[in-house]
Design a protein around this ligand. Sequence first.
Ligand SMILES: *Cc1c(COP(=O)(O)O)cnc(C)c1O
Length: 316
Amino acid sequence: MPTTKPRGRQFFANPGPTNIPDSVLRAMDRPSIDFNDPDFQEVYDEAFAGVKRVLRTSRHLFMYNASGHGAWEASLTNLLSPGDTILVLETGFFSDQWGEMAIGHGLTVRTLEADRRMGADLAALRTALAADAAGEIKAICAVHNETATGMMLPVDQIRAVIDATGHKALFLVDTISSLGSLDFRMDEWKIDCVVGGSQKGLMLPTGMSFTGVSDKGMEAHAGARLKRHYFDWTMMAKRPQKSFIGTLPVNLFYGLRESIRLLEDEGLDNVVARHTRLAEATRRAAAAPSTSGLATTGRNCIASIPPVIPIVSPPS
Ligand SMILES: *Cc1c(COP(=O)(O)O)cnc(C)c1O
């Protein structure tokens, strides 16, 4: 352990919480303001609309004073009833944890097992859904980017499999570490509930999370009987801000408005291309035999990839 404190800024190389850009830090550095103040309402409305643009949805959005786990809980308790069965697509630690939470809430969890290096087996998913003629599976839960294993699920292809079998289950997607990093399209991919958080691709401090909800999700919510209160969408919809229960995290909203500005100034497609390029460089560095150390190999690998490589969009 070093005996002196490090000087200068620590660069935190972690998938989350991520480093926070200076302009986001500066945006949040301000005195408190009443969350009913019209000046704040303007910031709130801009940030709220911005999150919907980043999710690529025109549907419903509910936000929480909670890390991603809170939004997970909101997704389950607002959509399901005691004893309901859900199907979790195994990807790693986070898919396991979402399933554990579901069990804790009295749901029956089926897991579609997968090789943690390869991702979901779409043929097995098709078989599992086709075998469920009685429609016991009420929701399918998928983690878009499994932070623990580095695995990405092709959400659009999963949607296509669900459609091909005609299964009526709700489609829930965790985009906590993919939003602002990978191509993500809530409405186009007909996702019924998206779970997102503040401290990864959105480059904010931890403490805020949210769910985007489709119209089909809101219909399911009307009949969902799991117990909930702090995360209840019906209660939230009655609040002036149409979201949140209790005090809003006002300073985070100044940061959120700024982080969305950063993402949109660069352009969402360019942001995705940048992450895709760095990810590919990392893969090449890990695969390359190195005599000079991973860092040097990694730099050479980044140099070997053109600045803009096409976003990989798997054939549907
Ligand atoms: C970080 C993460 C979570 C958990 O979110 P918290 O904000 O730590 O509660 C869930 N899913 C994925 C994919 C994550 O990366």
